[in-house]
Design a protein around this ligand. Sequence first.
Ligand code: PMP
Length: 362
Amino acid sequence: MKEIYNFCAGPAMLPKPVMALAQAEFLNWNHTGCSVMELSHRGPEFMALAAKAEQDLRDILDIPDNYKVLFCHGGGRGQFSAVPQNLLTKTGKADYIVTGSWSKSAVSEAKKYGDIHVLEPVVEIQGEKQVLPSSQWDLSTDADYVHYCPNETVDGIEIFELPDTGEVPLVADMSSTILSRPIDVSKFGLIYAGAQKNIGPSGLTIVIVREDLLGRAMPTVPEIFNYQTLANNDSMFNTPPTYAWYLASLVFSWLKELGGLTAMEARNRNKANRLYDYIEQSDFYTSKIATANRSTMNVPFYLRDESLNTAFLQQAKAAGLLALKGHRSVGGMRASIYNAMPIEGVDALIEFMQLFAEQHHR
Ligand code: PMP
């Protein structure tokens, strides 16, 4: 079978060696005679797996001891709701930085719970979107937290700087950037991420929360979203998504073997640079994001002649390059090139784009 490369934004492709290992031990995991998904989450075998997965993630991200790691349900959108219900309880005010469609959705949910101050630091200069530096964000001093999305999956806008929010806890929706490069966890109050891009399959959501932010939830928060309850129960307050947790554990081992986040960042930079460099020098394709904020994980691009979009997608699919259609809200194309996308996939895409441009140049 010819090599297929899946550029889907999420659920996204998983590393081949991880899939192969999961397949090999699907029916008989760890000599138990059972599939891992059939085991009790409270049994010693699964508890050991869960503990190792957490430790591996702590090692990979260098998570300080005063942070809890929670393995939750509910996805990124679940956290749009859980974050305010857990944290918006001192002044009841929060700053939300809107840089694209996901941070905008987070605002709609947070508004149900308190006084949300929305900041929109995206400007458009000569047709390219750019995020103003955080030093120019008009942050409140009395907010319970500042929420932002360092990588907007739909828009392809990434914020590379670490915003300085002083004493106000910084909350980040890292759904589409977590594990793509090293980060200083100690600078964040809370980080959350749906698993279905760089962690594993959908169904699992990771929350990394500084301990002093626990225990201040609204009394009305559903217990399953109460961080303190989840922490007290080692994320096993109810039945967790055990199979997704298991696959995440394999992804963490794979990442460690490859050299962790420093190695991953170099791989990812190389992939993204090749693609952006090609788009930049082409007069057939274009990007609408300024260089300083071009996402390493999600690369939106446009054909200058949009009437060729359908042909592009059809021919790409025939060439084994899947899911390149941009999100309907922004149109065009989008190549999601998460950790699991090999450089060969990016090269195959560039080769196809070159060929398509040559065929359709007028
Ligand atoms: N935040 C970001 C940055 C996302 O990319 C997504 C999903 N693509 C979400 C939140 C929503 O995640 P979920 O579908 O897991 O609720």
